[in-house]
Design a protein around this ligand. Structure first.
Ligand code: FES
Length: 102
């Protein structure tokens, strides 16, 4: 378990997903409701890029078939997804967003 610097906080816009790659993992970052959340980039249904999803409040909707996921837990909220996304701990140190990719 270790946090890795991912991106300057200033580069995140509220509600707009940002793709980062850390330790070979693709991760989608969202700044929403005043916090940064990190989830797996790949939708468990058919592999859509989740950073292109629509973020509303604490939920993000897959850009391909509209499955919705909870950004705090990764849990899927509706079909067609049948499984959840991994979520990663995030912290902000100074002006930098850091992610614990495990
Ligand atoms: S690829 Fe995400 S819901 Fe189908």
């Amino acid at each position: 378990m270790a946090y890795h610097p991912a991106v300057p906080l200033a580069e995140l816009a509220p509600g707009v997903g940002r793709l980062v790659e850390l330790n070979g993992k693709k991760i989608a970052l969202f700044l929403t409701e005043g916090q940064v959340y990190a989830i797996d980039e790949i939708c468990p249904h058919r592999g859509a890029p989740m950073h292109e999803g629509e973020c509303e409040g604490l939920f993000v909707t897959c850009p391909w078939h509209n499955a919705s996921f909870d950004l705090q837990t990764g849990k899927h909220q509706c079909p067609p997804a049948k499984s959840d996304l991994a979520v990663y701990p995030v912290r902000v140190v100074g002006e930098t967003v850091e992610i614990d990719v495990g």
